[in-house]
Design a protein around this ligand. Structure first.
Ligand code: GUN
Length: 285
């Protein structure tokens, strides 16, 4: 039977630390501030944004929400980002993705000041991650690393297989594992022999976006299985990319959905907002 990695509890520890950091900054007259932009009315995005705002409040981080209609123009969105770049009480800017069709996500991300880019999506921050000299780490991959560290799971020399090659999760996830000396394979929708490759993984990270995609026959005995997915199953119940019931008996460690990687993403966003506030205040990390 696998050990369950309790992301909710580990995230709570990170959030307590963030709270103490906020108090320390407050004593110096600094209140970290996060601006969250959401465009359109995607229900999943709305839930994520609500959770992010609530987490800020609990940590003592000031937050502003900008909820724009789906017919917002590229120009209006860029102007808002520019305004927030200049706003002195805002340290971090987050544009919830995906944006409605017709808006150019890449141009919007490029408009965010790299020092306020708490998602670490800007090319400058992506490049810094690539060379290992970063200020911010992308929240979900950083959250996964935190879970692995918390459980003292050894990464160096291990074969890590990441399923998914998105800019938000798959690609940066692979890079962070590589920084810690793993041998990394990235798989995706066109990978041949996917099952065989996954079966070689000591650590398997599923970031596919398909309910119960990873089945027991794709998992090596005693593998560590990290599930980044957040899907609905045929009964409308929240589930991950991993068929938990099938895979759990084979794994040595596994993250549940919900309560695994999800809470970590938000905790790491708070951490990045603290980093941004220190940077804006001219303090060294
Ligand atoms: N959409 C899905 N995940 C994320 C994330 O981590 N940040 C933003 N901004 N949008 C997302």
């Amino acid at each position: 039977m696998a050990k369950l990695i309790d992301g909710k509890a580990i995230a709570a520890e990170v959030r307590e630390q963030v709270k103490r950091d906020v108090e320390r900054l407050e004593r110096k007259g600094i209140t970290p501030g996060l601006a969250v932009i959401i465009v359109g009315d995607d229900p999943a995005s709305r839930t994520y944004v609500n959770n992010k705002k609530k987490a800020c409040e609990q940590a003592g981080i000031y937050s502003e929400e900008y909820a724009l209609p789906a017919n917002t123009t590229q120009d209006e969105l860029l102007k808002l980002v520019e305004k927030l770049n200049q706003k002195s009480d805002i340290d971090g800017i987050l544009v919830q993705l995906p944006l409605p069709s017709g808006l150019d996500e890449h141009e919007v991300i490029r408009a965010i000041h790299p020092g306020k880019d708490v998602d670490a999506f800007h090319a400058e921050n992506v490049g810094k991650i690539m060379i290992g000299k970063f200020q911010f780490l992308p929240c979900t991959p950083a959250g996964v690393m935190e879970l692995l560290h918390h459980e003292n799971i050894s990464i160096s020399g291990k074969h890590c297989v990441v399923i998914g090659r998105s800019n938000i999760v798959g690609k940066p996830m692979a890079m962070l594992l590589l920084h810690e000396h793993a041998t990394v394979t990235i798989c995706h929708s066109r990978t041949e022999n996917l099952k065989e490759i996954c079966k070689q993984a000591d650590i398997l990270v599923a970031a596919v976006g398909k309910a119960k995609f990873v089945t027991a026959d794709m998992v090596k005995e005693n593998a560590v299985v990290i599930d980044v997915g957040m899907n609905r199953d045929e009964d409308g119940k929240l589930c991950g990319d991993v068929d938990f019931k099938q895979v759990e008996p084979k794994a040595s460690y596994i993250t549940p959905v919900p309560g695994g990687v999800g809470p970590m993403t938000i905790a790491m966003l708070l951490k990045n907002t603290i980093t941004a506030a220190k940077y804006q205040a001219g303090m060294e990390e």
